[in-house]
Design a protein around this ligand. Structure first.
Ligand code: FES
Length: 157
């Protein structure tokens, strides 16, 4: 059962502000984050779309950098395989969901299967947009992805 989150975390200060609305605001930022913008660039063919199963991923090299491509809800998303915190290989982290703030013994799942946790220190990112869950501005670098007429996953780099 969902309740008014504004009364759940009195005095909480997690970098979004010291009001009780801090966690609600954090979730709002993630929900409203924009996906990567279309841009001109070079096409990087990753693989056939059929080679990445639902919930799966593929990491591909692009020169000296590495890019992770994820399939979530039938769509493809690409992230630079570098955590903005200290440079860990972000795209080998675990995918999971998270929970909205709730009362004790209540669970309000959110973002099922699209939260990527960095393997080094656990910072979390929404794969669909790159938005970090840990503060107002943090995000992982993202790339536009499409499936071309041959059925290949193509990242614009
Ligand atoms: S390097 Fe990713 S959380 Fe520290």
């Amino acid at each position: 059962m969902k309740t008014n989150n504004n009364q759940k975390t009195p005095g909480l200060d997690c970098g979004f502000g010291s009001e009780n609305k801090a966690l609600d605001y954090a979730f709002q930022l993630v929900e409203e984050a924009a996906p990567p913008k279309k841009r001109e660039g070079r096409d990087l063919v990753v693989c056939s779309a059929t080679e990445i199963p639902e919930g799966g991923r593929r990491t591909v090299a692009d020169g000296k950098r590495s890019i992770g491509v994820f399939r979530i809800g039938g769509q493809f998303y690409a992230l630079l395989n570098v955590c903005p915190h200290m440079g860990a290989p972000l795209c080998v982290g675990k995918l999971h969901g998270t929970h909205r703030p709730s009362e004790v013994h209540e669970y309000d799942p959110a973002f099922h299967g699209r939260i990527l946790r960095c393997p080094w220190h656990g910072w979390e990112f929404d794969v669909m947009t790159g938005k970090g869950l840990y503060d107002r501005h943090g995000r992982a670098a993202t790339f536009p992805v499409r499936v071309d007429s041959h059925g290949d996953v193509v990242v614009t780099v």
